[in-house]
Design a protein around this ligand. Structure first.
Ligand SMILES: Cc1cc2nc3c(=O)[nH]c(=O)nc-3n(C[C@H](O)[C@H](O)[C@H](O)COP(=O)(O)OP(=O)(O)OC[C@H]3O[C@@H](n4cnc5c(N)ncnc54)[C@H](O)[C@@H]3O)c2cc1C
Length: 327
């Protein structure tokens, strides 16, 4: 059991938390970044480190892993304290501060203010209804290492962005890529669907995977048309179940925060209802919210700067420009 005393604590070391840590350092504060996972990068590191991201300002394309590395480098200029592999279990916000986080290990992180960047909390993939027993034997939920699937027959199940992202990523290296989706309409970005068709990636809709077969390892997938019941058997070395995630914000649900579904309601200054506690990124919600990394960066900067009057009452909310004096 130990105590960490800092100016600002950040719950979550995803892209939003890393950028909040940079901004806190830029303001001249000491920072602690807590994450339940053993590595920084949140959803990017856990789910799509090798995916190209096209919509981060200033980077026409950036590999997920590279974006995380650069964010960490940017934050590390100010030497934040990382407390990784340790979940924040409770928060205490006594009048006059400090904001105290108690972690699963018993460590207490005390700060003048806190920014919660807990994303979607902990997440586990939705199971594949037919074939869940093949997990670890050809059935996967993420593609952290695309090269592992080079030269393989890959069947991707799902109709969201992940399914189409992975189809694009594997198409140049796999022997075949087929996407199976139970509806004709995809949730994925329309341009990704059009582009997949243009590339010749086979999209089977409205169809369901009704069986996964093999010996020690997956070798084929049975796909049934929802229109006429026709059955097709596809060769498959890899089945990617991209059916979304069951997310759980876990202990944060009990912290007395104003919640809207699984998100923390914030004001225009990213303040929550708890004194000295701000939120940013996927976890934060307000009218017009769009959960994108590019927007989360702005939210992190807003949250940290609006914490300034609490952390250092002599400081203004506006930090000045990064090319000049920070305060
Ligand atoms: C497959 C896929 C592709 C995507 N592609 C894009 C894209 O191209 N462009 C784009 O803009 N967005 C994309 N996104 C969305 C993007 O990844 C998220 O918007 C982004 O990760 C949100 O960052 P965050 O830091 O707010 O949350 P997260 O990345 O979810 O990080 C939150 C962190 O908080 C930690 N945490 C939660 N609760 C606690 C707790 N109690 N104690 C300690 N730690 C805690 C979690 O472990 C996690 O590491 C994609 C998402 C997926 C799944």
């Amino acid at each position: 059991m130990s105590t960490v005393d800092v100016d600002l604590s950040v719950v979550g070391a995803g892209p939003t938390g890393l950028y909040a840590a940079y901004y806190s350092g830029f303001r001249g504060w000491s920072t602690a970044v807590v994450d339940a996972l053993p590595e920084v990068g949140g959803q990017i590191t856990a789910m799509y480190p090798e995916k190209d991201i096209f919509d981060v300002a200033g980077f026409p394309t950036v590999r997920g892993r590279v974006l995380v590395e650069e964010l960490k480098k940017q934050a590390d200029q100010f030497s934040p304290t990382y407390v990784l592999g340790d979940q924040a279990m409770s928060i205490d916000t006594p009048e006059g501060g400090p904001v105290a986080l108690t972690l699963a290990s018993g460590t207490v992180v005390r700060a003048k203010a806190a920014v919660i960047t807990g994303g979607i909390g902990s997440f586990k993939p939705r199971p594949l209804p037919a074939g869940g027993e093949w997990e670890g034997r050809g059935l996967v939920f993420f593609i952290p290492q695309p090269d592992e699937h080079a030269g393989k027959d890959v069947v991707i199940v799902g109709g969201g962005d992940s399914a189409l992202d992975w189809a694009h990523m594997l198409h140049p290296i796999a022997k075949s890529v087929t996407v199976v989706h139970r509806r004709d309409q995809f949730r994925a970005h329309a341009s990704m669907v059009d582009n997949a068709r243009a590339l010749g990636i086979e999209l089977l809709t409205p169809c369901e995977v009704t069986a996964v077969r093999g010996d020690d390892w997956v070798s084929e997938v049975e796909v049934t048309s929802k229109t006429d019941g026709a059955i097709r058997v596809l060769p498959a070395d890899t089945v990617v179940a991209a059916l979304g995630f069951i997310a759980n914000i876990g202990p944060m649900a009990e912290w007395g925060l104003d919640l809207e579904k699984r998100h923390i309601a914030v004001s225009t200054s990213m303040a929550t209802n708890l004194p000295g506690v701000f939120a940013a990124g996927d976890i934060a919600v307000y009218p017009g919210k769009v959960p994108l990394i590019s927007i989360a960066f702005g939210e992190a900067a807003l949250a940290v700067n609006n914490a300034a009057p609490i952390v250092s009452p002599e400081l203004g909310v506006f930090p000045g420009h990064s090319s000049g004096e920070s305060n």
